[in-house]
Design a protein around this ligand. Structure first.
Ligand SMILES: [Zn+2]
Length: 161
């Protein structure tokens, strides 16, 4: 017989798994990332997604030999594109691997997530693209406005009359 707590836990699992499955659809790269948990902070208007890498085998960035031997794990926080009024932060749990190539000078390296974020970046690739597009639009708008504001030949010509 199941206890009330067990039933409640099963209900939560039933409810949370579809939510996780739904939210996982919005990850920057579903082929290399898995959503473990999520949290919404309404006061800060921020959604936090706890994400792990699912790559079974990764290449050493120096010699490109594939490896599966994990050295350690560490957390990495990166900003992702906002969902409406909510900022989105990915808490990535990335791994360090041993390079097993005896000829490679790199013995330990951090796995790369080239479809998600560049090494040492604080924001995802799509967040960086999201930020650069409005700035570009703003720059072109600003340039157009300056052109209009500049005194140009048609406006500076003295009236012949
Ligand atoms: Zn290597």
């Amino acid at each position: 017989m199941l206890s009330v707590d067990t039933l409640h836990a099963e209900e939560l699992a039933f409810v949370s798994n579809p939510v996780l499955a739904l939210l996982a659809r919005f990850l920057p790269d579903k082929t290399t990332l898995a959503l473990e948990a999520w949290h919404v902070d309404d006061a800060a208007a921020e959604i936090t997604l706890d994400v792990t890498s699912t790559q079974a085998c990764v290449p050493c960035p120096l010699c490109h030999v594939q490896t599966t031997r994990v050295h350690s794990r560490y957390p990495r926080a990166v900003a992702d594109v906002p969902w409406g009024a909510y900022a989105v932060r990915l808490h990535l749990r990335v791994r360090k691997f041993f390079c097993d190539n005896p000829l490679c000078p790199r013995q330990i390296f951090t796995e790369r997530l080239p479809a998600v974020v560049v090494p040492w970046a604080r924001r995802t690739l799509r967040r960086a693209q999201h930020l650069s597009k409005p700035r570009h639009d703003l720059r072109s708008t600003s340039a157009s406005l300056s052109r209009l504001a500049k005194p140009g030949p048609p406006y500076d010509l003295a009236c012949p009359l």
